[in-house]
Design a protein around this ligand. Sequence first.
Ligand SMILES: [Zn+2]
Length: 85
Amino acid sequence: MFSNDERTEMSQDTKAKMWTRIETPRCSWCGYKGELEVPNEGLFARNQGALIQDAFPELSRPEREQIVSGTHPECWEQMFGGFDA
Ligand SMILES: [Zn+2]
């Protein structure tokens, strides 16, 4: 008789997700690449072809934009003339 009670790796605590720092494409506004921390499972989902908003629901829209186009959130604001001082 033996019991197979090995615990699964699945954790109930979604806050304990692993995050990875990735490099984002060259920003078309300032010309620099950027970095951003994203959840590993989102990266995996993207590799599987998931839409960016489905893969990274925990990121803000500007952050997702940075992943896709490389445009930094602060550059995005400037491009669209966020504030016209
Ligand atoms: Zn930029």
